[in-house]
Design a protein around this ligand. Sequence first.
Ligand SMILES: Nc1ncnc2c1ncn2[C@@H]1O[C@H](COP(=O)(O)OP(=O)(O)OP(=O)(O)O)[C@@H](O)[C@H]1O
Length: 616
Amino acid sequence: MKTYFRVLKYIKPYKAHLIASMIFTIFYSLLNGLSVYLTIPLLETLFNQHGVNAKTVITKKLNTGATNWLNGLEEKISTTFNSFVFEGDINQILLRICFLVLFAFLAKNIFGYLQSYFLAFVEQGMIKDLRNEAYFHLHKLPMSFFKNEKTGNLISRITNDVQVVQNSISAIFLNLIREPLSILVFLFIAVSISWQLTLFSLLVLPVSIGIISWIGLLLRKQSAILQEKLSEITTILHETITGVKIVKAFGMESYENKKFSEQTKKFFKLVLKITRIRNSSPHITEVLSVFVGVILIYYGGQLVLVEKSLKASEFLGFLFSIFQMMPPIKELSSVNNRIQESSAAADRVFEILDTEPKIKNSKDSISKKSFDDKIIFDNVSFHYDDSEELILDSINIEVKKGSIIAIVGSSGSGKTTLVDLIPRFYDPTSGKILVDGIDLKNITIEDLRAMMGIVTQETILFNDTVKNNISYGIQNCTDDDIINASIAANAHNFILELPNGYNTVVGEKGTKLSGGQRQRIAIARALLKNPPIMIFDEATSALDNESEALVQEAIERLMNERTTFVIAHRLSTIRNADRIIVLDKGKIVQDGKHDELLSDENGIYKKLYELQFREL
Ligand SMILES: Nc1ncnc2c1ncn2[C@@H]1O[C@H](COP(=O)(O)OP(=O)(O)OP(=O)(O)O)[C@@H](O)[C@H]1O
């Protein structure tokens, strides 16, 4: 319930639309009642075609048990109504009634349309805001969050779950406003025709409504499970589509197909179960309704034919009213289930919103636009949240502006983790990192990251044009700037050869380009940003000689006159480095220039050199 109130807070910007929708709902319900009520004089006129004065028939009223004010009100309405309708000859009366019926239905449908339009505006607006907020919040969350959450699951929450919340919002608004109102209107009509019959119906109706609601409850439970299954399917889909190359390379198609079909089979079974319940529901409802109807017809028939205390037209009008009451009562009985269902979905969305962004600007963060002197790692240690094991252990480094620091070490030694601390993708567990003497945590994240360019091993390009990929995140750059950066990155020539040059769309993650081309686009992007600090994770994959040389040249331009941290895999890079840091199990075990490090026969560097670098 708490969750639901939280969802309702999103109504605020749409209050005016909601009020409009409520007003139209009131008109809709009243006209709905009127259109049923009008059947009585219509039938009366038709039944009394042989000259009986219809006016006298419908004014015969009502009854003993209803409260006085109700009697009075009803009396007043019917007198006004009758004096308007039953004037003139039978032809005029018929024409007037037909006109009234037409007007009532026309107006009812116009109000019905307006009511649903405004309600859709409210619910779609709320959902848009909720979806945006969840998405915006995702960008504030730390890298660790994304490592722990499955991508498909996150996507499913922001798409499917938000949808479920939306479906229920409208249902609940209708249930809380339209349905009670409809029930009241029809109840008023029914009581005004015959309170005994109404009382009798109210005894029989709840039984059938109870059964129908129970079916609804079953349905809700199942659909919550369905939502989870859907999220699992999305997860598998996302994983295999993004990892399609690996699936193919390892010949895992049939394994993945089996995994997927197991999920779709579970989904299929569940949907069938739901469909079984759902499809049986209208039939059961119909049989129950007819059952109730037959009992009512028998009892009402007695009143009409035997006791003659009720007109046939009134009885039919009564039956219409009672049957019009059934769907709203049925809907109302499912409000609670709907709230439960949407709350479960909303909870999954709010879980994202409630995840605290651990890495954020502190109250006294300062703006810093330039890098002037040095970066210091002061006794930095780090472990990931899910384990106490130190991935970086007492790291002390001082990096002067303009120098190139190569980081080497065996796989898993902590190289990526070390460079991830510089743009604050993670914060050190202990110790601190200082830029020009200021702790990173005290510099606004926006300024800190603006000072850095990052080229990762796996080049991330967006499904957009080459031009937009190069200028990603850079405002106010001209086409010439983009071309110059591409020339410096040795990318210009191949870009010109693409089907639409700089306007060629590169495909999702840049799949339409080769590995070397993607890297050069990423380098052009970094060159265009022109940051004073570069973090660079060299690709391990071997490129052919020509592209290797082109990429290497581009990298050298990128490092030129910048402070560069490079996770090095190429001999030329370590030779160029001012300093090489050798990591082993999170500790710096050697530190110096290439030749110095190589001269230590027992050092890890020599072994690494022989294994990794020599033949490259
Ligand atoms: N998000 C994470 N959560 C938990 N442990 C992690 C996470 N990322 C990395 N690790 C662990 O931290 C250690 C260091 O990883 P890191 O990626 O920094 O090594 P690396 O030297 O860059 O390796 P490689 O050269 O293979 O990329 C590894 O043991 C790894 O299992």
